[in-house]
Design a protein. Structure first.
Length: 145
């Protein structure tokens, strides 16, 4: 029985593949956020309630998270289970950091930090989907870039 090993990829390739994967995951999550009317709130991070600006900000955040994911994921074994677990963990970590801490803090809604209601549960599902899409996009991208 052979052990699963992480692929040998450069840091630059991992970053590029991570950014591209994050943008793919961000596009999927961004469409979900648009349907739920959440993009204006993201726009408020830069002082406007524009859904278009919110989408642009969201995609920038997605690319950044993807880059971080790429640096970590390049060192993980490539298997379906490892990819799925890494994607789910990535989504949950950023849900806690982003939706439960940073977003309310940066919007001046400190009483909402760590408050979990229906909107936050929907956000968790979106973040998990983002994480899974990003993870499964990263695998083939990391072999090409």
């Amino acid at each position: 029985m052979t052990a699963l090993t992480a692929p040998k990829v450069s840091t630059a390739s991992s970053l590029k593949a991570g950014i591209a994967a994050g943008l793919i995951g961000g596009l999927v999550f961004g469409m979900m956020m648009a349907m739920m009317g959440m993009l204006p709130m993201v726009g408020m991070l830069v002082g406007t309630d524009s859904a278009i600006v919110g989408f642009i900000v969201h995609m920038g955040i997605s690319a950044t998270i993807g880059a971080i994911y790429g640096l970590v994921a390049a060192r993980l074994p490539q298997s379906t289970v490892a990819t799925a677990v890494a994607g789910i963990v990535n989504g949950i970590v950023w849900w806690v950091l982003g939706a439960l801490i940073l977003m309310p803090f940066l919007l001046g809604m400190t009483s909402m930090i760590f408050v979990i209601g229906q909107d936050q549960w929907f956000s968790l599902m979106g973040h998990i989907i983002f994480g899974l899409v990003t993870a499964f996009a990263f695998v083939p991208l990391s072999k090409r870039l």
